[in-house]
Design a protein around this ligand. Structure first.
Ligand code: PMP
Length: 369
């Protein structure tokens, strides 16, 4: 196939770093896999049953684009109760990724600047590139806190969006209420769209996350069921924000994703009433187990949420460190995938304790080597 077929936008994106890790992984016989970004518990039984029931009772067609009423109306009631904004509308997306794509399409013109916090979830910078935008990085090392003064300094007349992710991938950082309020107020004052990715909101171990939408009623929130109910393959998320923005996103969904899978939507309506707090408590314990095993030999900012931590490589670059880890059967992700710096690595602790214990042993050995 002629290379000239490939669009500039496709060529502008490089996913080779992460693919390399997964290619290496495929060759390992008994890997200690701490690279996967998804919860490891089974989909709750009631949610599985609801999906099977939906399939068997013929709910296999398209739903309306904005989402099957069974789910959309339940989400709208929850959003209304939580925020009480007269203009806040919700719709169902194809995973949280779908919401992120639609928000970029709906809001970013070529040349617009998007402020991202470094390090950030890999998809963000790629999506900004896909819509012809320009990423402006705001560094958050070493403690991964949002410094609103740095954001203020990064704003230019072309700044269109600030994208906040809390709890965060890859660091596990949870933005504090004060910093979230200041950021939300800054965005409102400067008429900049604030996009808040809250996909890990269920995974908070110290205190619940406070949404920027509490302080700025024009905040656009993307969220979903992939992580909270361990159903990344089902592709159900949701987005809420000012009606005008949501209508633009729904219009674009109609001509792209069409709708989220309908049986999964019925099941997610049931998922909204399923208590996952037992799993969250278990992940908190796993976080503490990791910290207890590693804190004396790695520089780690204690993560308040998600199921990741982002330690500093003891020496050399993050990439070099990850190569040594993989030689020892431990799969982790180099920090450079998420960041302008290549100094750290991401550990995902959504795994059985036996995996975590093996991982800790290898990491302790590598820190001494
Ligand atoms: N946002 C963040 C921060 C994520 O880590 C992920 C998945 N790794 C997503 C969005 C996408 O999630 P989904 O499976 O719902 O598309």
């Amino acid at each position: 196939m002629p290379n000239s077929w490939i669009s500039e936008r496709a060529m502008a994106i490089d996913s080779s770093g992460i693919r390399k890790v997964f290619d290496l992984a495929a060759r390992l016989k008994n890997p200690i896999n701490m690279a996967i970004g998804q919860a490891h518990f089974p989909v709750p039984e009631a949610v599985q049953e609801a999906c099977i029931d939906a399939i068997r009772s013929g709910k296999n067609t398209y739903s309306v684009t904005q989402g099957a009423p069974v789910l959309r109306e339940k989400l709208q009631a929850r959003v209304d109760a939580e925020y009480g904004h007269s203009d806040r509308k919700v719709f169902v997306t194809s995973g949280t990724s779908g919401g992120l794509v639609l928000a970029m399409w709906a809001l970013i013109n070529p040349g617009d600047e998007v402020i991202l916090f470094d390090p950030a979830f890999v998809m963000y910078d790629a999506l900004v590139k896909l819509v012809g935008g320009k990423t402006v990085w705001v560094d958050t090392y070493p403690d991964f806190r949002v410094d609103v003064d740095k954001v203020r300094a990064a704003i230019t007349p072309r700044t269109k969006m600030i994208l906040l992710n809390t709890p965060a991938n890859p660091t596990g950082a949870v933005a504090g209420e004060n910093e979230t309020r200041e950021l939300a107020e800054l965005a409102a004052e400067r008429n900049i769209a604030l996009l808040s990715d809250e996909i890990y909101s269920a995974f908070c171990y110290e205190q619940p996350v406070v949404s920027a939408a509490r302080f700025n009623d024009r905040t656009i929130v993307v969220d979903g069921f992939s992580k909270s109910h361990a159903l990344t393959g089902w592709r159900v998320g949701f987005a809420h924000g000012p009606a005008e923005v949501i209508e633009a996103m729904v219009k674009l969904q109609q001509y792209s994703f069409v709708c989220a899978p309908q049986p999964a939507q019925w099941a997610c309506a049931v998922a909204m009433d399923v208590d996952v707090s037992g799993h969250i408590a278990d992940y908190r314990r796993k976080r503490d187990l990791m910290l207890a095993g590693l804190s004396d030999c790695y520089e780690i900012t204690k993560p308040g949420g998600s199921f990741y931590m982002f330690p500093k490589a003891p020496r050399g670059s993050g990439t070099e460190f990850v190569s040594r880890a993989i030689e020892n059967d431990l799969l982790i992700i180099p920090g450079g995938i998420f960041s302008q710096r290549d100094t750290h690595f991401r550990l995902a602790y959504a795994a059985e304790d036996s995996v975590l214990e093996r991982g800790i042993d290898v990491l302790r050995k590598l820190a001494r080597a």
